[in-house]
Design a protein around this ligand. Structure first.
Ligand SMILES: [Zn+2]
Length: 263
């Protein structure tokens, strides 16, 4: 009888939370979830935004090794989940033949880099109430992957930050599609490192970035649909050939796009 009572309570609780996670609990993973909109969720003690339809999202950093603590609270109860993070081995990638100035910029360049960096940080920090992310992501471009997420970069023999994007090589002028619905939050034709650059807000702090574009086909503040052409492949900025550098950030945490695409 006691067992039955516990079972009933358990079923009642799961139903009350209506909790669902989609994605991999691994370094660079992105979790897209759903719960009853009246619930509250805390990730490592911090509240997560939950949309009116119960959608939420969070990212796991490349460096994360300790368990995630997820607390879920309904009106009548609460539960703590500990989620193990699977560790990954990241590659080392050497790229030579980059223009010296693009690897070790001069003083004048540094001024420009700092100014442009502030624009990017501002857009990365957007945390809107859209929940476009719940529609699932498609690949923005077909082509050969020439750079993966998380690899340690050695540029012209100098150790640099890990590469947080994926590089997809494709001929110059190839159309790039938006991987999901969103709103353009940055559209710049010529940034020092990233050249023609777009940033798209998918909601709740999830922002995608497209670099080295030849042409931009959308403007800042424009609302866009999944599959819409947003620009064309180029080799602008710090680049050795036509390709798209695609990145996905959740609240400034870079996640692995290859773990997110549905195709
Ligand atoms: Zn790249």
């Amino acid at each position: 009888m006691k067992k039955l009572k516990i079972l009933i309570i358990f079923l009642f609780c799961s139903q009350a939370y209506g909790l669902e996670f989609n994605g991999k609990f691994t370094q660079g993973g992105l979790i897209i979830g759903k719960t009853n909109p009246s619930n509250k969720i805390f990730l490592d003690e911090k509240p997560l935004k939950i949309s009116p339809s119960g959608n939420f999202v969070f990212g796991i950093s490349r460096e994360r090794s300790k368990d995630l603590k997820i607390e879920i609270k309904s009106k009548s109860s609460s539960k703590i989940l500990k989620k193990k993070i699977t560790k990954r081995k990241f590659r080392i990638q050497r790229i030579d033949g980059l223009p010296k100035r693009k690897v070790t910029p001069n003083e004048e360049d540094m001024k420009r880099i700092r100014k442009e960096g502030r624009l990017i940080v501002k857009a990365k920090n957007i945390n809107s109430n859209f929940d476009f992310f719940s529609n699932g992501f498609i690949r923005p471009l077909k082509g050969i992957t020439t750079g993966v997420y998380g690899s340690q970069r050695i540029l012209n023999g100098k150790k640099r930050r890990p590469h947080y994007g994926i590089d997809i090589a494709s001929p110059k002028g190839t159309s790039i599609k938006s991987p999901n619905d969103g709103k353009v939050v940055l559209a710049e034709k010529d940034l020092f490192f990233t050249g023609g650059t777009l940033m798209i807000d998918h909601g709740h702090g999830l922002i995608s970035i497209y670099s080295h574009l030849e042409n931009l086909k959308v403007e800042s503040n424009q609302q866009i649909k999944k599959g819409q052409i947003i620009g064309t492949v180029g080799s602008t900025g710090r680049s050795t050939g036509p390709h798209l550098d695609f990145r996905l950030y959740w609240n400034n945490i870079a996640v692995d796009p290859d773990l997110v695409f549905k195709n």
